[in-house]
Design a protein around this ligand. Structure first.
Ligand code: ZN
Length: 204
């Protein structure tokens, strides 16, 4: 009789535990700040892509207060990490979404706006494309930058990540208007907040 009671207590405990974990199921996002260390990425005068995307990542970490959204970062300092290593980290985390952050450059200083890249070699290509469309629409509504749409890209992290994956090029460092927004503290905060708003709309 005693052992039966024990079994019942354990069963109830397990049941309530599984209920709690279902209730608090995290939505997991990996933010991949592009480049780092010796790899500067795009640059214009003293502005470096690796620093801009790092600053935006840090703001995302600081602003996120949603306990059901768990955010991991492939890098939190100015270090060079091989793409293969990044993918290994991402696939170990098994996120709901990978968002790789970049800033663009072009010889034509008039070229401006943001664009999202997805890869048809990604195992979750269709989901990636669906999410990327939501991302660019939200950015079109919430930021002053121009929407250049969703494009297909062959980036290594997009192809190899075993989860929906988007590379997001947030404006052109070579365009004056984009640069003043992306390099500005207020602009970076708005970008970080918009990314979190996007995550909030897709997490359910
Ligand atoms: Zn880049």
């Amino acid at each position: 009789m005693k052992s039966l009671l024990k079994i019942i207590i354990i069963a109830v405990a397990l049941l309530s535990l599984s209920f709690v974990s279902n209730e608090n199921k995290d939505f997991v996002v990996v933010i991949d700040a592009g480049h780092g260390g010796k790899d500067f990425g795009a640059k214009h005068t003293t502005f470096l892509e690796k620093e801009l995307v790092s600053a935006i990542s840090q703001k995302i970490a600081k602003i996120n207060t949603d306990k059901n959204v768990k955010i991991y970062f492939t890098r939190t300092s100015d270090e060079f990490i091989e793409l293969q290593k990044r993918v290994e980290m991402i696939n170990e985390i098994k996120p709901n979404l990978l968002l790789s952050l970049h800033v663009n450059q072009n010889k034509n200083t008039e070229t401006n706006g943001f664009e999202a890249y997805v890869s048809d070699k990604n195992s979750n290509f269709e989901k990636s494309e669906e999410l990327a469309k939501k991302l660019v629409t939200l950015f079109e509504n919430q930021t002053p930058l121009k929407n250049r749409g969703v494009k297909k890209g062959m980036l290594y992290v997009l192809k190899k990540t075993e989860a929906p994956a988007i590379a997001f090029e947030i404006g052109f460092i070579t365009n004056e208007k984009d640069r003043s927004y992306v390099c500005n503290e207020q602009g970076q905060t708005q970008i970080a907040q918009s990314i979190l708003d996007f995550v909030n709309t897709i997490k359910n």
